[in-house]
Structure formats: C-alpha cells, structure tokens
Design a binder for this molecule. Sequence first.
Ligand SMILES: Nc1ncnc2c1ncn2[C@@H]1O[C@H](COP(=O)(O)OP(=O)(O)OP(=O)(O)O)[C@@H](O)[C@H]1O
Ligand SMILES: [Mg+2]
Length: 259
Amino acid sequence: MAVLELKQATIKFGGLVAVDSVDMEVKKGTIHALIGPNGAGKSTIFNLITGIYKPTSGSIFFEGNQVDGTPTYKLTSVGIARTFQNIRLFDDLTVLDNVKIGIHTRVKSGLLGAFTKMPSQQKEEKWIEEQVLEELDFMNLYEKRDELSKNLSYGEQRRLEIARALASNPKIILLDEPAAGMNPQEKVSLMQMINAIRERDVTVFLVEHDMKVVMGISDTVSVLDYGKKIAEGSPEEVKNNEDVIAAYLGADYLKTHMK
Ligand SMILES: Nc1ncnc2c1ncn2[C@@H]1O[C@H](COP(=O)(O)OP(=O)(O)OP(=O)(O)O)[C@@H](O)[C@H]1O
Ligand SMILES: [Mg+2]
C-alpha cells in the first residue's frame, strides 16, 4: 500500500520547471530513497510534500487523502515529519528542549503547555519529558541532553533533527541528506538507526548523496534529473540503469560511489 503518492506533481519557479510531472509511490513500511544530481529537484519534492510549496499542477496523496497545499503544521499532526538539508535547530536551546518542540503536536495543550507550569499540566509535562528522553536515547544522544544544540558536532545535530522529527510520532519521516557531513563511522551507525526507525513502523523517505548509505538501506530508489523521474527500482536495478549512469556523468562516478 502506498502511504504517500505523487501524481504528475509539478512546480515551476518562473521559467524553471523544478519538478516536472513526477509520479511516485512510497510504500508503507519501506525505506525509499530519492537521488539525483545537485539541483535535480529532490528537496523541492520534500517541500511539496510538507506543504511549503503548493504544486503548480498535479497532486499529492497521504494515506489516500489529497494533501497538497495543506499547511505544514496540519501535515505534521497527521503524521508527516521531516528534517532539513540545512540543519534547523534552536542553537541556544538544549538538546532536550529542541526535541520537546517536536512533541507539541501530540499533546492537547500544545507548545505553550509544554513550557508553562500549570499544576494541571504537570503530568503531561512529565510524560513529554519521558518521550523526549526515549527519542534521545534512540538516536544515541541521551548523554548530550543538557548541552546546547550549537555545541554538538555536525553529525550529532543531524541526529538531533531526526529525534525531533520522531518526537511528533510520524507515520512517515522525510530525511533530507541525513548523512551529509558525517564521518564513515557515524554513517554506519546512521544506517542502523534508519533501519531501526523502519522497525518502529515508520516509513522512511530519504534524499541522500552518499551512495553507500542509499544502496545499503533502501528497498526502492527513485532517480530524479532536471525535475523528471528518470528511473526507479531496487538499488541493483538503479545502479545498472543507463539513464542513471548518464545523469551522474559516466560510469566512473557509479564505480566509486555505488559499490
Ligand atoms: N523557491 C525557489 N525559487 C526558485 N527556484 C528554486 C526554489 N527552490 C528551488 N529552486 C530551484 O529548483 C531546482 C531544484 O532545487 P532543489 O533544491 O530541489 O534541488 P536538489 O535536488 O535538492 O539539489 P541538492 O542535491 O543540491 O540539494 C534548482 O534549480 C533550484 O535552484
Ligand atoms: Mg536538496
């Protein structure tokens, strides 16, 4: 079953067709990667799915409901969470508080309730804290909970963004270049964490340039070039596809990056 579906999704910026008539199905419970050269339109697809942009034409369905043009906060509350290519954390908040922000969509009294100390809300606050600590533990950041997020390493900040996204209890999580800036060891542990996210019944849709990561964890890979979907299939199918090889400027790139 498709948890997410794009039908002829298109967005134009002036004369540029950044996403061009893209059909795509992300199946429930899978790890689905979206790859393609710089400027291919990958992040723009995430921005369409999360309501930052409205498609010029075409539509997007989440669990069978048409959602294109829905405000981002509503999409978060129905189960779509994401991280950003350019990390967006509150630098001067602690790791713990950054994740608390991700949880407010799950709680009745909302964001303000999470930070005020009304007696009736104390139970709720304790529950929030427990959930947050669980997510931090899951992303291997428990020890860092009281640090300011600006003092974390780049890789830790990327993991913190994922923890925050998970705190909204999503059905699907969109990760935009989660491995960027990570060292090889961090990438290996990231791959384990992404597999563990899927084991929590969260569908994973990721944009990633690191082909070891993509080919190592994905069930399905879709390839975008100049806004168009040029290939889709298993990692094995995609890495042997001639259009994909051409889009990445020759077989050398693939030999080096798609082992
Ligand atoms: N708001 C915008 N206004 C104008 N052009 C835009 C806008 N957003 C994206 N674009 C353009 O759309 C194209 C696709 O950009 P996008 O950021 O989706 O690429 P990408 O595949 O994520 O690339 P990268 O791998 O470098 O992150 C680019 O040419 C970009 O300049
Ligand atoms: Mg991008």
